[in-house]
Design a protein. Sequence first.
Length: 189
Amino acid sequence: MLRELVLKNRSYRRFYQNERISKAKLIQWIDLARLGASGRNAQSLKYAVINEPDLCDQIFENLAWAGYLSDWNGPIEGERPAAYVIMLNDEKLSRNYFCDDGIAVQNLLLGAVEDEFGGCILRAFKEKEIREILKISKDYSIIQVVALGKPKEEIVIEEMKNEDIKYWRDENGVHYVPKRKLDDIIIDI
Ligand SMILES: Cc1cc2nc3c(=O)[nH]c(=O)nc-3n(C[C@H](O)[C@H](O)[C@H](O)COP(=O)(O)O)c2cc1C
């Protein structure tokens, strides 16, 4: 069921780091991204695939995790992502990727979730450092980093109260994500 997959597709930030993900598997998920809608059908998105532990360590150093959890510095060693997909825009093909990036990353993550993996979109990253580590040419802008792995955390969706949009964790490490009520996002016209 699509609804079940969408519900399960949370932003996971703690993983079983030793559960590695093959490049072939990552490319299968990218294939789902490839099949998404594209403004002007320009299809300017490209992807760098990283699953080597050494490279993963280097990428990890340049990411910012869960801004609302001020007392948490991101996943500890052993719970870090097993792979990353770096989404790029090929500026030679099109300077404007409209909203292709969101459609593509959702398709990719749904593929991961269907395969019992999961991930997190990261837009807070050190662009210059990641560009250098991966030797990404100036022809590509870096749009986002998608961290991937076998989830090792429980995430609960809750109803938003008092307009508080901040996710939070309880004493057992369960991660809660407030969502607005359906009634509150449909306007009367
Ligand atoms: C455009 C975008 C950028 C995001 N950037 C980050 C980020 O840099 N670091 C992070 O930990 N999470 C990031 N997230 C994850 C959001 O915090 C997450 O989607 C939100 O808390 C809701 O949780 P959910 O995805 O489980 O519904 C990003 C999500 C989106 C859509």
